[in-house]
Design a protein around this ligand. Structure first.
Ligand code: URA
Length: 487
């Protein structure tokens, strides 16, 4: 079969060959490789990115591959997103020079072409950073789905949607979302399907929803009037992004009230000589906002949306996401674990990893179907210590459990289960608000806040018990069965 030609004959008369390719790095790379193999120097090529163009690699990728330093590839990938028509020619010129006697070119930051590459790549990375920081999702109900779709509108400076998509895919793996931009849109279906569509305009994106209130509550609560630096703020959060940031509407009034609030904080500090321990809201307004957020009147879905933004302790930084409870809002039994583990952190759901699988088996043996139970954790973020490529579970401390208590209390009030089962000491301590040794109160239901509270071991304890695993498992099943009989 005849291969389509890479070259546009009409242009060869002008001394240059027009090379058509889809405007993305992978397509350019394939096209550039073919040109390089054909021995075409940079000045003979006219790079013609065309949406919808297919890159045709006439020599089927079988020939030699240009050997270039890793630093070139990394910078080129970013620079390929720079909004400027000359970027493709620049990438090829550098590729050509690197493979024609200038192997160490990337070390010459003063070389004008290298400097331009680095400048483009840096601008793109900065734009991606802004996108990560300033994308704000709005929820939209979608026919046929219980959970909403999250849709954000963003106007990047450069052509970064594909380049930045991986971050959002990892970060919001368990949601269905779309990020719409004027150049390109990216969509994630929550089940390993990422797709792109042509750019759109602002009117395709929703205007506002409840998550906007949550952003404003959060922003107001972290705003520290004593540390206000207007110039730094404007450089980090340029005004052009404000129109799409729900919290930006607060900025003028927060700045205007800053002096008064600093004076009030100083006065309060002088009269407050109690020992401050652990994370706590910076201001009385923040405490009030937090109480309002955790009010039982808020639906579980709303609570979950708000908890997704919780920054009340340091665990939110390294964790992938908040793992909120799940299950029917009228469940008769609620199970409370310690905190999400590695699998839960990635999946965004409680008890889906090894401990969850053991728990599922034990529940089934105890005659309890998982889908009639509400499952949650005392702490909603994964706490871990990195070790090489793995993340080792670390026990949450008192302050972290305390920071999460309003969410757990709100879940209990909202679901109002007859029986709460505490899985392990952390859960029991969080619920009873005192130190609890599981061995002292295991399996005996306690009257608690008008409900029954039963303490048993955590399924991870059974996974860890080697010789006694079978016996411990049977005891665990018996505890669960006892709870089932009371519900
Ligand atoms: N361990 C817990 O306590 N909770 C989970 O969700 C998973 C493991």
């Amino acid at each position: 079969m005849e291969q389509p030609s890479l070259f546009d004959e009409a242009d060869t008369a002008a001394g240059q060959t027009r090379v058509r390719f889809a405007p993305n790095f992978a397509a350019w790379q394939a096209a550039a490789r073919a040109q390089w193999r054909a021995g075409r120097p940079p000045e003979t090529i006219w790079w013609a990115p065309e949406a919808g163009a297919e890159t045709v690699d006439n020599d089927n990728d079988n020939g030699p591959t240009p050997r270039v330093p890793r630093a070139y590839v990394t910078q080129a990938q970013a620079a390929a997103c720079y909004r400027s028509a000359d970027r493709w020619a620049l990438l090829y010129r550098l590729l050509w020079r690197l493979t024609h006697g200038e192997r160490h070119l990337m070390q010459l930051a003063g070389d004008p072409e290298v400097a331009r590459l680095l400048r483009y790549a840096k601008a793109v990375r900065r734009d991606v950073h802004k996108m990560k920081a300033f994308v704000r999702f709005r929820t939209v109900a979608e026919p046929g789905f219980d959970a909403p779709r999250y849709i954000a509108w963003f106007e990047p400076e450069h052509l970064i949607v594909e380049y930045a998509a991986g971050f959002f895919r990892r970060r919001f793996a368990n949601m269905r979302w779309s990020i719409l931009t004027p150049d390109r849109c990216v969509h994630w279906e929550g089940a390993d399907r990422l797709w792109f569509s042509p750019g759109t305009d602002r009117s395709a994106a929703p205007e506002g929803d409840i998550t906007e209130d949550a952003w404003r509550v959060y922003y107001r609560s972290i705003f520290n009037p004593a540390r206000i630096k207007t110039r730094a703020m404007l450089s980090e959060m340029p005004a052009k992004y404000w129109k799409n940031l729900p919290e930006a509407q607060l900025i003028p009034s927060l700045i205007a009230g800053a002096d008064r609030r600093v004076a009030a904080m100083e006065a309060a500090h002088k009269s407050d000589d109690t020992l401050r321990c652990g994370p706590r809201p910076a201001t009385p307004e923040a405490a009030q906002a937090r109480r309002a957020e955790a009010s039982p009147a808020a639906s579980l879905e709303r609570l979950a949306a708000r908890a997704a933004l919780c920054r009340d302790c340091a665990l939110c930084g390294p964790a992938t996401q908040t793992v909120f409870g799940e299950g029917p809002a009228d469940a008769r039994i609620m199970l409370v674990g310690e905190q999400p583990g590695d699998s839960e952190d990635l999946a965004g759901r409680p008890f889906v990893g090894p401990a969850g699988q053991l728990l599922d088996a034990a529940l089934a043996e105890a005659g309890l179907a998982r889908d009639v139970l509400y499952m949650t954790n005392a702490v909603k973020h994964f706490k871990f210590t990195p070790k090489g490529k793995t993340r080792l579970h670390a026990k949450p401390d008192y302050h972290e459990v305390q920071a999460c208590r309003p969410w757990l209390a709100a879940e209990i009030e909202r679901v109002s289960p007859q029986i709460v089962i505490a899985l392990g000491a952390t859960a029991a301590t969080a619920l009873l608000e005192r130190r609890v040794a599981v061995s002292h109160c295991r399996g005996a239901p306690i009257d608690w806040q008008g409900r029954q509270l039963m303490v048993t071991v955590h399924p991870a304890f059974i996974l860890r018990s080697r010789e006694r695993r079978q016996a411990e498992y049977q005891r665990f099943v018996a505890d669960l069965a006892k709870a089932a009989a009371r519900a």
